[in-house]
Write a protein that binds this ligand. Structure first.
Ligand SMILES: Nc1ncnc2c1ncn2[C@@H]1O[C@H](COP(=O)(O)OP(=O)(O)O)[C@@H](O)[C@H]1O
Ligand SMILES: [Mg+2]
Length: 332
């Protein structure tokens, strides 16, 4: 389902019966017309977070994406109760934003976490565990479990001052999970990490979701968010541009199917091309685009019968970068 709020804000819901509203699912976060303005830009537009309304279902990885300065960290700080909104409201785990009632059920990995650098991973978790009232056997078990989860158990005796960025980030994740939170906030968890460290953090994020937790992830790395988040919201200059399930957002308003084949002679290419929306036969590869799956399958049958080798048939998907650029066209 697809509906338009204001000029550019789309809320996309995959349920065709939903009339534009997602069905009744338990919400971990819900914001309504949330504003935090810090001042005005040189061109007179407000700076900060502007009129954010979104909902995050429990048990999913929700990605808040957008370029630097688009309002992601501001959103996080509001939801954590670290700053106050200019106007609007939000609920976190069913409680009013900022109330102390949900604080012990959330975890937070800030951008570039900072820890006392004379501690090793075990001492660090003991320090933070103490703040949650953990001690003794319970603390020891939790520490081992979490350091194993983030791949730091074998390196538990290394001091923070000798950590790489990836190690710091992993211990940051372990620290955020100490209180066994239902909802974990992460701000740019993989920024500045090398590809293998990024992959490890991604694996940990998947594991957190497998444990039934909700992950609210902020990142300016659109490519990275694509395989990770179930649902996303895209911000640009403080405004919500698109929100919805990743699949729906990437598939766009119009579905297309792409068919590729090899060993297609020109008369066969002309015949199948006449069935397609667009087609080309160049450098030994035949590519065609169809409006429906049925038409694409029929064309694949014709290619097969004509002696061609069908190498691919898949729904057309845009990348998150393409979605973002199309959505903010003319604004930046
Ligand atoms: N404390 C602050 N005072 C003034 N402006 C701020 C403050 N915090 C953030 N901003 C501005 O608000 C906008 C959104 O910032 P931020 O939420 O940090 O974006 P993001 O996390 O997406 O990079 C930016 O233009 C930033 O410069
Ligand atoms: Mg930020």
């Amino acid at each position: 389902m697809f509906c338009v709020r204001g000029l550019r804000v789309w809320r996309v819901c995959s349920d065709p019966e939903s009339s534009g509203r997602c069905p009744n699912i338990a919400l971990a976060i819900e914001t309504q017309n949330l504003n935090k303005t810090y001042g005005v830009d040189s061109d007179g537009t407000a700076v900060g977070l502007l009129d954010l309304s979104l909902s995050v279902e429990e048990g999913q990885i929700f990605g808040l994406v957008g370029p630097n300065g688009s309002g992601k960290t501001t959103t996080l700080k509001l939801l954590l109760g670290l700053i106050f909104p200019t106007s609007g409201s939000a609920k976190v785990l069913g409680y009013p934003m900022g109330s102390p009632d949900y604080k012990e059920r959330i975890g937070f990995v800030p951008e570039g976490p900072y820890f006392y650098d004379h501690l090793n991973a075990v001492e660090l978790l003991a320090f933070y565990g103490g703040l949650f009232g953990l001690s003794g056997k319970e603390l020891g078990t939790r520490t081992q479990e979490l350091l194993e989860l983030v791949g730091m158990w074998t390196r538990r005796h290394i001091r923070v001052r000798n950590y790489s960025r990836g190690m710091l980030q992993r211990v940051g994740v372990a620290q955020a999970l100490l209180n066994d939170p239902d909802l974990v906030f992460m701000d740019e968890p993989t920024a500045g990490l090398d590809p293998s460290a990024q992959m490890q953090i991604r694996d940990v994020i998947f594991q957190i979701r497998e444990r039934g937790k909700t992950v609210f992830l902020c990142s300016h790395l659109l490519k990275e968010m694509e395989p990770l988040a179930n649902n996303i919201a895209i911000l640009n200059r403080g405004k919500l541009v698109i929100t919805g399930p990743m699949e729906t957002v990437l598939s766009g308003e119009q579905d297309f199917y792409r068919l590729t084949a090899e060993h297609v002679d020109q008369s066969l290419a002309d015949k199948v091309g006449a069935m397609a929306e667009t087609a080309e036969n160049a450098a030994g590869v035949f590519r065609a685009k169809f409006g429906t799956q049925t038409a694409a399958l029929e064309a694949a049958g014709v290619l097969d019968a004509g002696g061609a080798l069908v190498t691919g048939l898949q729904p057309d998907r845009r990348s998150l970068e393409e979605v973002f650029i199309a959505a903010v066209k003319g604004e930046q």
